[in-house]
Design a protein around this ligand. Sequence first.
Ligand SMILES: [Zn+2]
Length: 74
Amino acid sequence: MTATYLLDLECPRCETRYDASRPRNLCACGSPLLARYDLAAARALRASGWLGEDEEAVVLNTGTGLKYPDNVET
Ligand SMILES: [Zn+2]
């Protein structure tokens, strides 16, 4: 089964957000865009059992700490 938790794309420079369903590379200001995910929804589905512990997840490079969570202070 496939599911997505991608919310939108956000510019780290000017904070403009773009619809993630439409291909886009750079913000209008020229900055690369970051992918934002709804981790609360993913965690809720994991807690409910809908998302099994052996499921594989693909996370695009976001710069928000999702790819390297050990580098993020909580
Ligand atoms: Zn921008």
